[in-house]
Design a protein around this ligand. Structure first.
Ligand SMILES: Cc1cc2nc3c(=O)[nH]c(=O)nc-3n(C[C@H](O)[C@H](O)[C@H](O)COP(=O)(O)OP(=O)(O)OC[C@H]3O[C@@H](n4cnc5c(N)ncnc54)[C@H](O)[C@@H]3O)c2cc1C
Length: 512
């Protein structure tokens, strides 16, 4: 049985950062259930929707969502080197000060805005002096945003949003083009940034197709994992720590399969209880999003981007529509003027999206409205003790009082933006969305795939990890990924997940 200092489960946004940082001074084994990231749809920025539902996605679904016409919704989660950072829309956003103020106010020491910004800056190499420079993660401006995206920015400004130089420059209020995790206008995933450059270290072993089934304990200390690879059952041991970075669905799932979770739920499935932690799998949060699509006057939208000419432009010059992440501009707004921070994010796509999917029939553009400070939360539970059974995922979208109304106001504002001159002038005659958005919200809201919170950091009864991300009640086990977020930040969650891993590396190498 192979022995290491650290075992990291999952090579996603957080796992890749940790692999880089911990292997600088320790023997590290990274176990990734998925395979390599060598499909062209991963590196070509606009192509990622083609990966959803494929072998590089876990292909989960939610339970029926009561507020959304009882629909089951697709839950995309990356399953390959780079994890969800290899399948995501590449938007890079750090968060609002209110997000991290909230984490710190809940008693989490070292997670205040001033401290986390230093960690963001360490991982970044971005455009403009508000970013860090020289860090591994490349952040770029959009190469050639579509004229419709510029029209969206103009229309949002006309509807009262402030123009920003960058949404990461100060607070989030305002509207501008998104900045993206790309290098030379190709996707720059966490694997490209953090893992691949250090794979030649003798201290780093990275295995793919290695699916961890459970954590092994010696009394109350985590000492290793059992995993499956190429049909064989393998074991590996860690003298220092086992670290779960399997993402907000799979990390709580693994804890529960290893006997850490709500005791009653584990016993119901015949799993021996190692630690009764009622919060494992609870507090599941995401940003519900709904798109308003409009037909455009011209047909040069991204529904038609897939041409030989555009492919050649991309292959030879790394220019043109294929360099787009599909969500080229974004804006923030408050559904209630008394709120201390925005609770609505608008995203703009120069493509006609029906329930988030590219329409085959229509050409146009879409404004997405996401509720980014949701009060609703749901849960991830096991269906059985069989590690191959998909977990039950129930985000309970829009279930909490106030969420539906906030999203409704956001959608009405999105419609106001679409009706402002710069966009109205580009809409096809007669194309509009209904004045009453309720039916569209119920039939069209989908996950934004920013799943978080299921192994919450804190010190209350429902907390799973402490503020050093160590799992309560055992030794030698941490969770380091989007699951530890006590509340979901108001932004897309890749940058925060990497910041969480950078923080953990600091705690681990600093000896706490
Ligand atoms: C379709 C989509 C679009 C998104 N768009 C954006 C965006 O534009 N900007 C943004 O900031 N965020 C975006 N996100 C969210 C963001 O990518 C995620 O929040 C972030 O990547 C989560 O990082 P993580 O480390 O928690 O998990 P992940 O990156 O998902 O990594 C978890 C890894 O663990 C592996 N794993 C799981 N279980 C096991 C096991 N049992 N054994 C071994 N390995 C295992 C998985 O295969 C995966 O590689 C998007 C997400 C999706 C899915």
């Amino acid at each position: 049985m192979a022995g290491y200092d650290y075992i990291i489960v999952g090579a996603g946004s957080a796992g890749c950062v940790l692999a880089n940082r911990l292997s600088a001074d320790g023997d590290v084994l990274v176990l990734e259930a998925g395979e390599q990231d060598d499909r062209r749809e991963i590196s070509v920025p606009i192509a990622y929707p083609e990966l959803w539902g494929s072998a590089v996605d876990w292909v989960f679904q939610t339970a029926p969502q009561a507020e959304l016409n009882d629909r089951r919704l697709d839950v995309v989660q990356g399953k390959m080197i780079g994890g969800s950072s290899s399948i995501n829309a590449q938007v890079y956003l750090r968060g609002h000060a209110a997000d991290y103020d909230g984490w710190a106010a809940a008693g989490n020491d070292g997670w205040d805005p001033d401290t986390v910004i230093e960690r963001f800056e360490r991982i970044e190499d971005g455009p403009g002096d508000h970013y860090g420079s020289g860090g591994p993660q490349q952040i770029e401006q959009q190469d050639s945003p579509h004229p419709l995206s510029s029209a969206f920015v103009d229309a949002a400004a006309e509807a009262g949003l402030r123009r920003t130089r960058s949404l990461n420059d100060g607070d989030l209020d305002g509207v501008g083009f998104t900045e993206v995790t790309q290098q030379g206008h190709k996707r720059h995933s966490a694997a490209d940034a953090f893992l691949k450059p250090v794979l030649d270290r003798a201290s780093l072993t990275a295995e793919t197709g290695a699916r961890v089934r459970r954590v092994i304990f010696d009394e109350d200390r985590a000492t290793g994992v059992v995993y499956e690879q190429a049909g064989e059952t393998e074991r590996a041991t860690a003298s220092e720590e086992v670290i779960l970075s399997a993402g907000a669905i799979n990390s709580p799932r693994l804890l529960m399969l290893s006997g850490i979770g709500p005791a009653e739920h584990l016993q119901e499935h015949g799993i021996d209880v190692e630690v009764d932690l009622p919060g494992v799998g609870r507090n599941l949060q995401d940003h519900p999003i709904v798109y308003l699509p409009y037909e455009s006057r011209t047909d040069d939208t991204y529904g038609n981007a897939d041409t030989i000419l555009n492919l050649l432009k991309y292959l030879l010059l790394k220019r043109g529509p294929l360099t787009s992440n599909g969500l080229e501009a974004a804006g923030y707004w408050r559904s209630d003027g008394d709120l201390a921070a925005p609770d609505i994010q608008f995203v703009f796509s120069p493509a006609y999206l029906e329930n988030g999917d590219l329409s085959e029939e229509h050409n146009g553009f879409s404004i997405g409205t996401a509720l980014v400070d949701p009060q609703s939360s749901g849960r991830v539970t096991l269906r059985s003790a069989d590690p191959s059974d998909d977990p039950e995922i129930d985000p309970q979208y829009l279930a909490a009082d106030g969420d539906f109304e906030a999203l409704r106001r956001g959608v009405r504002k999105a419609r106001e933006i679409a009706n402002a001159d710069p966009l109205a002038a580009r809409r096809a005659d007669g194309t509009d969305t209904p004045d009453r958005p309720e039916p569209l919200i119920r039939s069209g809201t989908i996950p934004y795939a920013h799943f978080s919170g299921t192994c919450k950091m804190g010190d209350g009864e429902m907390a799973v990890v402490d503020d050093r991300l160590s799992v309560r009640g055992v030794e030698g086990l941490r969770v380091v990924d989007a699951s530890i977020m006590p509340t979901i930040p108001r932004v897309n969650t890749h940058a925060p997940a990497m910041m969480i891993a950078e923080s953990a590396a600091e705690f681990i190498t600093g000896g706490n």
